[in-house]
Design a protein around this ligand. Structure first.
Ligand SMILES: [Zn+2]
Length: 722
């Protein structure tokens, strides 16, 4: 489900000529070694070398071919077949493997998705809604599900159309300013800029009767470049499927928020589906720009604001009139069984300390980039660890791999597993995520602040197919992006100045780990121009032509993922850097304080206690780093420190969760209620400020200060000698 904004992709990610894709079989020689937390760095370097030699580009390509040989939407027989394949590869590598089932409320293949234009001068005729280009060999498979938005209700609506740009709060405000009423109308909005569920949520709040979300050519179509099959961008018939579930309330099975949807869970313990409040109440469907064009060009009313103009070849109007549409959706919800594949390598020294890596497996159609490029890479990581096991190596901590199901429908497989394993996850050191792992050559990452430097260090020992290390290539792409833009595109990391590592918002499986149970997380990807997201054309033909013809970026991602796991599993002292965490929280608070001062003046809340706590965390983190960089000889002192480093992130949770959304407990990161994918930082305070309520902001600041102080205290206690 995860996606990087198309706007970001277009400028940053330049695909090198195919000839530059040298296979990177040989691990790098002498690189500056930066490994935190090992007493015997050389032994670790040796293990990493053994590992790095294993992940194989061709084998990754073979995994990818098998995983994407058929459309494999969650809970279908084809999805089950991919679970069996992954389980088989886990077992071959020597992992203790099981397929874990959950019974969840899911949208199956819809019975009907119908849209027709109603126009005084045009005869009624339903759109074909069919994805079709010249010469794609996968597009005719009858198992391809037609374009639909999961979590939409069924419905039969006819009405006037209003264009709402990206469907952001400011777009709906603009319509109000223009005296355009969306009540009872069908809102047409374009994809991009926020999570699609947010668009529907806002349309619903403004009284719309239905929603159409289309892919505008300026966002991922011909305005960006040549379209598939000539280029990588979205062709005119391409449809972006996707869930519109209100995951910002809670992800996972709609009927079991906060508890695991195990097959034997009695119905009495479930929320009846019709009462679940994570589902929109108005019908919603996606549309290609080939079809949307027919509606948009007939739209009357005033001219749209100029910045609402997309790439279709006429001037956009906002409506309503003269065109109307008739939409009929017959959705198909039922309880379905889904399959997570869990592979375990028990740790020999600290078996209850967990190091988890995961990636989802279900796809809207073939899902070659999303998510199979991640699964193929993960399987090569597993292959590498399997070879290490054969040499007699055992990890010191327990390594767990998760192949999640039903992520596309709202992070369901990972969320249910996390809710199932909540107790055991209390001693998880980390969750490493991949999703759309490879769509091109440009490496990018997100992480909690404590793992940003750890992640950068891991990329320094992995060779990049474009030459040098992944770190070097990452640096080059960041510099050239900055040069093109004349400025840094991404927010500079104030607290962690080096290559940009983003914040974790939502949109992939790290969400339940980090935001529900407080397991520190990272997410890695290698990006390129990717216009076929969630369409039938995200297939192997597209992938081989535009993303990674020789699967060398697959190999790269398998290696980075593996280095992350190995370092975390075998470290004497864990590498989590709470000095940076403290700095980053300080930067968030200072920015918010400036906002409050200008918004509330004298009524502005007092940030003193929270800033003091963040400072205290910074100092405690700095003191811990001294020990992390030269781990103490005493095993007891090390394990005391490790327990603290594992426990620290949990102290950032609010026991009762965020105001009005108790499932989300993290005090520093949450998906935005109005952005959906992007992170809102210090969310409870930020949202109180957004609501113009300085009193509520003060209450939330007090709770936040206490959480940060608890985190600092855990670290301080661990450093007291014994
Ligand atoms: Zn995905």
């Amino acid at each position: 489900m995860q996606r990087v904004s198309a706007i970001l992709m277009s400028t940053i990610f330049l695909l090198p000529a195919a000839g530059q894709n040298r296979p990177a079989q040989t691990p790098l020689p002498a690189q500056p070694i930066a490994i935190t937390g090992f007493r015997d760095v050389q032994a670790q370097v040796q293990r990493e070398k053994t590992f790095l030699a294993v992940p194989d580009a061709q084998r990754a390509g073979e995994h990818l071919r098998i995983l994407t040989s058929a459309p494999h939407m969650a809970a279908t027989p084809e999805d089950r077949a991919t679970a069996e394949y992954v389980a088989q590869k886990f077992r071959e590598a020597g992992l203790e493997t099981k397929i874990v089932e959950y019974k969840v409320w899911l949208a199956g293949r819809p019975d009907e998705v119908m849209l027709e234009i109603v126009h005084p001068k045009i005869a009624r005729q339903p759109f074909q809604l069919r994805e079709r280009v010249d010469g794609d060999k996968y597009q005719d498979d009858p198992r391809i599900v037609q374009g639909f938005n999961a979590s939409s209700p069924s419905g039969d609506v006819e009405g006037d159309i209003v264009y709402a740009n990206y469907g952001r709060p400011e777009d709906f405000r603009k319509l109000q300013d223009m005296k355009i009423d969306v009540r009872g109308k069908i809102v047409i909005t374009r994809y991009g800029n926020n999570y699609r569920g947010v668009k529907v949520h806002l349309a619903e709040q403004h009284g719309a009767a239905g929603v159409i979300i289309y892919s505008d050519p300026s966002d991922d179509g011909y305005v960006k470049g040549d379209v598939y099959p000539k280029g990588p961008w979205r062709p005119e018939s391409g449809i972006q499927r996707g869930s519109v579930k209100y995951t910002f309330r809670y992800p996972g099975d709609p009927t079991t928020p906060g508890i695991a949807a195990t097959p034997d869970l009695p119905d009495a313990k479930r929320v009846p589906p019709e009462k679940a409040d994570d589902m929109p109440t108005i019908p919603t469907m996606p549309l290609s720009y080939g079809d949307a064009k027919m509606i948009m060009q007939e739209l009357g009313g005033p001219e749209s604001p100029r910045e609402w103009q997309g790439g279709l070849p006429f001037t956009y109007h906002v409506g309503p009139g003269a065109v109307r549409v008739h939409m009929r959706l017959k959705m198909n919800y039922a309880y379905h069984t889904i399959w997570d594949v869990i592979g375990t390598i028990p740790g020999k020294d600290f078996p209850d300390e967990l190091v988890i890596g995961g990636n989802h497996r279900d796809a809207w159609v073939y899902g070659t980039v999303d998510p199979s490029s991640g699964t193929a890479a993960m399987l090569e990581t597993v292959h590498g660890l399997g070879e290490l096991l054969k040499t007699g190596w055992r990890p010191r901590r327990t390594i767990i791999f998760g192949s999640w199901d039903a992520e596309e429908q709202g992070l369901i497989g990972s969320t249910e597993w996390v809710e199932d394993e909540e107790k055991r996850l209390g001693t998880a050191a980390v969750y490493f995520n991949m999703d759309t792992a490879v769509s091109g050559p440009t490496f990018a990452a997100s992480a909690v602040p404590s793992l940003k430097q750890f992640l950068r260090d891991a990329t320094k020992v992995v060779p990049s197919p474009s030459g040098g290390s992944v770190y070097d290539a990452w640096q080059k792409s960041t510099q050239s992006a900055a040069a093109t833009e004349g400025a840094q595109r991404r927010q500079p990391n104030v607290a962690s100045p080096d290559l940009p590592v983003g914040e974790l918002g939502s949109g992939s499986d790290f969400t339940p780990f980090l935001q529900h149970v407080g397991v520190p997380a990272t997410d890695i990807t290698s990006n390129g121009p990717y216009g076929v997201y969630h369409s039938a054309f995200d297939d192997l033909q597209w992938f081989k032509k535009f993303a990674d013809p020789n699967f060398v970026y697959e190999q790269q991602m398998a290696r980075v993922f593996g280095i992350e796991l190995l370092r975390m599993a075998d470290a004497d002292v864990l590498p989590h850097d709470y000095e940076t965490y403290g700095k980053e929280i300080t930067a968030y608070l200072e920015a918010l304080q400036r906002r409050c001062n200008s918004a509330f003046g004298k009524q502005s809340p007092d940030f003193g206690a929270s800033l003091d706590a963040a400072h205290r965390l910074m100092n405690a983190g700095e003191a811990a780093l001294t020990l992390q960089n030269s781990p103490p000889a005493s095993a007891e002192r090390r394990s005391k420190l490790n327990r603290a480093l594992i426990g620290a992130e949990r102290e950032l949770l609010f026991a009762d969760g965020l105001p009005k959304r108790p499932w989300f407990r993290h005090s520093i990161y949450a998906p935005g209620e109005f952005t959906g994918y992007s992170a809102v930082v210090v969310p409870s305070v930020t949202e109180a400020v957004d609501n113009g309520d300085p009193k509520a902001a003060q209450e939330q600041l007090n709770a936040l200060a206490a959480a940060i102080a608890r985190t600092a205290e855990v670290l301080e206690k661990s450093q007291k000698g014994d």
